[in-house]
Design a protein around this ligand. Sequence first.
Ligand SMILES: [Zn+2]
Ligand SMILES: [Zn+2]
Length: 291
Amino acid sequence: MVSFRSRVLGGLAKIVSHLPVVLNTVLVFSITAEVSYLVLVEAPLEPDQKKTDWSTKWKALHLFAQYFMLINITWNALLFLRTNPSIRGVFLGGDVLGQGWRYCYTCETHTPPRCSHCYDCNVCVLRRDHHCVFFGQCVGFRNYRYFLSCLLFMWAGLLYAVVMNAEVFIVILKEGVTLHSVLLLLVPWIMLVSGQVTARAFAFAFIADTCVVGFLLVMAFLFFHITLMVRGQTTREWYSTRRPYNLGVLANIRECLGQCWYICWLCPLIPSPLPGDGIHFKVTGSLEPAQ
Ligand SMILES: [Zn+2]
Ligand SMILES: [Zn+2]
């Protein structure tokens, strides 16, 4: 009985841990479907609205841009999830311990500098940045490239979706800023449940809202991580204001994105070997916290 209960609880915990990934996937595909609809159906959101007269070539270009971004988001996300950032299966060469090495009592091993234990993944992660709750996996030395590229294309895709959804906002607000239009934009769920709007109006308002909120969130994350990359820091090191591994802007970018840093973000298939091994790092500053 106890084992059945623990199995059920374990299964539930697993489902909950995958929920953010599932929700993100649903949102990304819903937004793409909505924007494709706006392009293909020439945005006739209301019957009396004047249709935008787009040529077939222009529509094809829009669709190509959308699906290029969608493929890059999903591909980078998949490679991020499939690339194990932990110390599992990595020969750490424990007999050459030096400055910055620690002992992890959970993993029962010596760990290199910039490596730290993740209590969600229950393992030590090389050059650990943070545990990403949206993916349910740590961002570390080996998967940082895919994380950054995924963020970049999510930002570009959401920027595009916000511009395309401007028409939705215009339609909602075309009769002026009324209580009905403001509530539809701010709390579309309540308007749907209370029967104030149709499912169609709700869907457009909800996706348009999600695009704006998502765009602002992703932009903040992306610019924070670009700053970290340029400064040669992890999120953990940024908190402690240390920059002992700063190699200069270009070398810092190469450390994160690899030898082909200038092009590799365009497609996850472009090989870009990382210059380091995630175990040994050149120290250029004090490892002690700033006074
Ligand atoms: Zn550990
Ligand atoms: Zn983790």
